[in-house]
Structures are given as C-alpha cells and as structure tokens.
Design a protein around this ligand. Structure first.
Ligand code: AR6
Length: 177
C-alpha cells in the first residue's frame, strides 16, 4: 500500500540551484561565508544578496553551529529562500554524526514550517566534502523528512535532490523500503 506521505516526498536527479521550490537547503559551513560543492553553486547562482544576508546573520549570531539552520533570501535563484544548515564532518560515526545530521534536517524543516513554505529541496547534506557515507545519510534524510511530514502541515512537499545516480537509487530504496 502506498504510504499517505508518498505524494509529499519526491526524488529528483539534478542540480538543486534549478529547483522551482519555495526554499532550497544549502550544505553550508559554520562561517556562512560560502565554500565549495553545493554551497559554492548556490552562492554563484543566488548572487551577492545571499552572501550579504549570511554576513548579517554572522554579525548577529556568529555564524551557524553544526546541526543548526538559518534562512536567507534566494537572491537570483528560482527559489525565494535558502535555508543554510551545517552538516557534521564524518569522523567514523561515533562522534554524534547521526544525531547532528538528523538535526540538520529537522531544523531546516522547522524553518520551512515556521514560514509556511510550500516546498523545500534538500541536497545530500554532508555527503560530499564532509565525507558522510551516502547510504547512512540517505536513511537519516528519509526518516527525518517522513517523521516531520507526518506531524506537520507545512511544507507540503519535500524534494530530495540527488546529484548522482547512486544517491538517487539510495533515496529510492529508503523511500520504498
Ligand atoms: N545540486 C545538488 N547537489 C549537489 C550540487 C548541486 N549543484 N553540488 C554538489 N551536490 P558538499 P558537504 C551534492 O560537498 O559534504 C562546502 O565547501 C554532492 O554530490 O557540497 O555538506 C561547504 O562550505 C553531495 O552529495 O557538502 C562546507 O565547507 C552533496 O551535494 C562543506 O563543503 C553535499 O556535498 C560541506 O560539505
């Protein structure tokens, strides 16, 4: 039987900067000043307004801790907002990484719910430069999104963006399993 939530979670293979959603999530670092990977791509596509708001948040609260999230405009992106969250660096898995990664998803979704945002797209937080194994990260992403959607009316839709085929397959397995 199809889960009642199945229509509210989508898997898309592609570039998160192109997603026509209310908010995209950025896999940032605690400085909030940009970096490589998806962070670099989002700042390039979003333009100076995104960085400027990140700087203002940094001046106010000193950046963003691992597991937490902040929200800015989307600048030139199709998405109106960017939710910046800081994933854990993988360090073998016994340094609180699973809990911190779960917090990234929950705190990002909390901002989306608070803003009554219709749709949010996530990249595989921590699964690039930060080295989190993709299978474990996909399991946490799907578990946290499912649980959040079961308990909240917003966002109506969560898009899990897979940058490569392996990630797409892992999300699909988790969603069907
Ligand atoms: N669209 C969707 N997914 C992407 C894109 C894209 N345009 N580009 C990369 N990915 P990473 P992290 C995938 O390294 O591991 C930055 O320097 C990528 O294949 O961007 O959380 C920050 O400033 C991978 O699966 O983020 C931090 O210092 C996933 O996005 C650090 O990297 C995340 O890869 C954060 O590392």
């Amino acid at each position: 039987m199809a889960s009642p939530l199945s229509g509210r979670i989508q898997i898309v293979r592609g570039d998160i900067t192109r997603q026509p959603v209310a908010a995209i999530v950025n896999a940032a670092n605690s400085s909030l000043l940009g970096g490589g990977g998806v962070d670099g791509a989002i700042h390039r596509a979003g333009g100076p307004q995104v960085l400027d708001e990140c700087r203002q948040i940094r001046a106010r609260q000193g950046g963003c801790k691992t597991g937490e999230a902040v929200i800015t405009t989307g600048g030139h992106l199709p998405a109106a907002h960017v939710i910046h969250t800081v994933g854990p660096v993988w360090n073998g898995g016994h340094k609180g990484e699973p809990e911190l990664l779960a917090s990234c998803y929950r705190n990002s979704l909390r901002l989306a719910t608070a803003g009554r945002l219709e749709s949010v797209a996530f990249p595989g937080i921590s699964t690039g430069i930060y080295g989190y194994p993709k299978p474990q990260a996909a399991a946490i992403a799907v578990r946290e999104v499912r649980q959040w959607l079961a308990e909240n009316e917003f966002p109506k839709l969560v898009v899990l963006v897979a940058f490569d085929e392996e990630s797409r397959r892992l999300y699909e397995q988790e969603l069907l399993g």
